[in-house]
Design a protein around this ligand. Structure first.
Ligand SMILES: [Zn+2]
Length: 119
């Protein structure tokens, strides 16, 4: 499979991909690739190619993800991350905003657990 940063872009962009695929009659193809990605297969290249054909705007590592001012991997209060640590997507809790889903795995993002010893 691709790098965690590459997966992160799709973690967020899968709903858009599926909408565009449905509009163009390619739902089965798109769902297969998402399933491959979830299973750990190397689907990034094929997803990127399908995305290009369907008109998904520039999906690439960290293209549409990331919290400004937060370094990847550094836990901060209220930081949520992709469950299973399969991708580098992160999100900071905001009042009144529902927790986003990891669309590769179909589950909500989880509160980050400290991964490093405090300095
Ligand atoms: Zn994810």
């Amino acid at each position: 499979m691709g790098s965690a940063a590459e997966v992160a872009a799709w973690c967020e962009a899968v709903p858009l991909l599926l909408r565009l695929a449905a509009a163009q009659g390619r739902t089965t193809e798109a769902e297969e690739l998402v399933r491959d990605l979830r299973d750990g297969a190397d689907a990034i290249g094929r997803l990127a190619e399908l995305g290009r054909q369907l008109g998904v705007p520039s999906i690439g590592a960290r293209a549409v993800t990331g919290v400004p001012g937060v370094s990847p991997g550094v836990p901060v209060d209220g930081l949520y991350v992709c469950p299973g640590g399969r991708c580098t997507r992160d999100w900071v809790r905001a009042p009144g905003v529902p927790t986003p889903e990891c669309h590769v795995f179909g589950v909500p993002l989880e509160p980050a657990r400290p991964l490093r010893h405090p300095r």
